[in-house]
Design a protein around this ligand. Structure first.
Ligand code: FAD
Length: 286
């Protein structure tokens, strides 16, 4: 297994994100996806965590299963919202016992229903990063938001908090975006703040227009007019995916040309779009 900080030091990383499945059928489908994506030799894969702990056991089970049963290094996501120090330590104890070496430390989104609010010892992702750093033993990643985080007062304020967070973490992975200029501007702004840690762009190929547009609205990413124009009037699912894959391929090529230290694909637990982008980019497959 490998620490992501070491993988990034050795060269570009290509990696995939999964979410923990809810049903037996979804579990089987994810098993097939992982088998298909293993042939692309990802440097690591990551598993999301439901803010507030809604997927606590399912995230842990998937991460530990991947560590034991596949050759891929897993990274577990972990969020601050609704977690005490004891909750976090219990989760980290399990991961350390299972040989998990990578954690993505996240703020998480606060619950919309006041009835779901639970006590939390951590306000921001930085608090969790500091806890992980004091404990030792993990390579630590954080989230970056190229177009600014929706709850931040301004992009400048968000960049300052990101820079503070990255000074303590090893690397960042970005929220998805559709135009390379957002990423390049963020890297320049971080450099101006004296931070040059690796920031891996997150790639979301459009395979379902409505779903990706909704996610973009929630995360503060602009769905550009040129992409909407390409998709307007297209109902056939395969044609939507072809357009989405072409746009994502162009974005990936621009990001690699701009010096990105890797690419992280939001797979939505499917393999086809990621495999097609790999083929378009001429990345190694076996
Ligand atoms: P933080 O770094 O805590 O920032 C949150 C907000 O607070 C920002 O607006 C920031 O500018 C501001 N801020 C930071 N520090 C301060 C301060 N000291 N004072 C005032 N304001 C401050 N969510 C999940 O629930 N589960 C997941 O598995 C998950 N995976 C993700 C993976 C990636 C790669 C990304 C990019 C996001 C992911 N998210 C996930 C979403 C994430 O939890 C939300 O975007 C969340 O709202 C912010 O998380 P953060 O880690 O950026 O938080």
């Amino acid at each position: 297994m490998a620490r992501i900080i070491d993988l990034l030091a050795a060269g570009r990383t290509f990696s995939f994100e999964f979410f923990p499945p809810k049903t037996d059928a979804a579990q089987l489908s994810l098993g097939r996806t992982i088998a298909e994506l293993e042939t692309l030799h990802p440097a690591f894969v990551s598993v999301t965590y439901g803010a507030g702990g809604s997927t606590r056991e399912r995230t842990r089970d998937l991460v530990v299963w991947m560590r034991k049963e596949t050759n891929i290094s897993p990274m577990a996501h972990l969020t601050c919202v609704g977690h005490t120090r004891a909750d976090i330590d219990a989760i980290l104890d399990t991961y350390q016992a299972a040989g998990i070496e990578n954690i993505l430390a996240l703020g998480g989104d606060p619950p919309t229903d006041p009835a779901d609010v639970r006590p939390s010892d951590y306000e921001y992702a930085l608090d969790l990063v500091e806890h992980l750093r004091n404990r030792g033993g993990f390579s630590i990643g954080v989230a970056a938001h190229p177009e600014g985080h929706p709850r931040s007062a301004s992009r400048a304020a968000d960049r300052k908090f990101l820079a503070d967070k990255l000074r303590h973490a090893d690397f960042a992975i970005t929220q998805f975006f559709f135009e390379a200029e957002h990423y390049v501007r963020m890297i320049d702004e971080l450099a101006a703040l004296g931070v040059s840690k690796p920031v891996i762009p997150g790639i979301m190929p459009v395979t379902n227009r409505g779903q990706v547009q909704r996610m973009a609205e929630l995360s503060g990413a602009v769905f550009p007019a040129w992409l909407a124009d390409r998709l307007d009037g297209v109902d056939d699912a395969d044609e939507v995916r072809r357009i989405g894959v072409d746009a994502a391929t162009e974005l990936c090529a621009e990001l690699l040309a701009a010096g990105a230290p890797g690419l992280h694909f939001y797979t939505l637990n499917r393999s086809t779009a990621t495999r097609e982008i790999y083929a378009n980019l001429g990345l190694p497959v076996s």
